[in-house]
Ligand binder design. Sequence first.
Ligand code: GDP
Ligand code: MN
Length: 386
Amino acid sequence: MKLHEYQSKFLFREFGIPIPNGQVAETPDEAQAIASQFGAAVVVKAQVHVGGRGKAGGVKLARDADEARRHAADILGMDIKGLVVQQVLIDPGADIQQEIYLAITNDRGAGRPLIMSSMEGGMDIEELNRSRPDAIIREHIDPILGLNDFQTTLIASAMSMPRAHWRSFGKILRGLYRCYIESDAELAEINPLVITGEGKLLAVDGKVIIDDNALFRQPKLAAQRDTSGEPESERLAREAGITYIKLDGQIGCMVNGAGLAMTTMDMTKLYGDADCIGPANFLDIGGGASPEQVAAALRIILSDEKVQCVLFNIFGGITRCDEVADGILTAYNEVKPNVPMVIRLQGTNASEGNAIISQAQIPTIISADTLTQAAQLAVAAVKERA
Ligand code: GDP
Ligand code: MN
């Protein structure tokens, strides 16, 4: 789950990281009122979940409150990469002498958190990473030992940061690491961390991504979710407790278990790829697969207009196939899909389940014994409709 810039920075503040003393506005009037409190130059910043707002015109400097109002009027309602701006952050303007990049992320390969930092921060860190990867200092953190003081010094020195800033840099980095760990973050990024004219360090931009699987123990952060930019299907899936990721193919996959779901996707590709046919989604319906859950999953899959066929691949372990079959028929009657459905049930009570399906005698429902057969039937069904 992504936090907005202002949410990220307010979180940083709780960990002792210095940030500009800004506030959020939802109207030009509010923006003007906030800016006039500061009585000097301010920055007006779009709060949307996309990077590179600066380049897209979503970050503007204003000399006074009137100009802040005009910028807020321009930016509020602006479309940035498909997302409409509903809030702006009004920050007191910083006197920027130098822009530093500082981030902590999870390095899956190394199985450890990774610090990345560079004296060449600002807007184009991806470009810097491509063109001059050496300009980014990388340091892993041992999750048992934590971040050592010698490491913060090592990083500051490797970055060629002027020695005068090492102490405050160390404090910020330790705060950022605590923030990363204690918030269950996947990413905690400051870009830029600036050195001001007064020689102070200040986090001018912030981006935090929280591990979705940890949200149950981060209620304060979970409550900050902004669903406005989220696809309808993904919101429905989250509310139903279904793991769903939309893809580009035509075969809607309804599967229990993540591994089986991936195998099912691979199989549709194996038989469909030559005809540009493949999976429309990843979906793990989770344990139980109650009629309500099957119906919710079916609605989510069918909300994607590209779907030409739904492939059910259910393995009954604790889940019983006869219950799933009932669930499928209930969902069918409720949702009335206008595409064919291929159903493969295996495992506990599979024969009872298959009997329920065949007794229903629904012409658009096709049964399959093996996954190979199911994938081939689904591909054939898509081809027939093309
Ligand atoms: P991003 O483009 O979405 O990453 O937005 P940022 O918050 O990082 O802002 C982009 C750029 O705007 C920064 O790299 C700075 O160069 C500039 N900027 C942001 N805040 C200020 C500020 O308070 N004063 C000045 N002079 N420039 C700022
Ligand atoms: Mn930035």
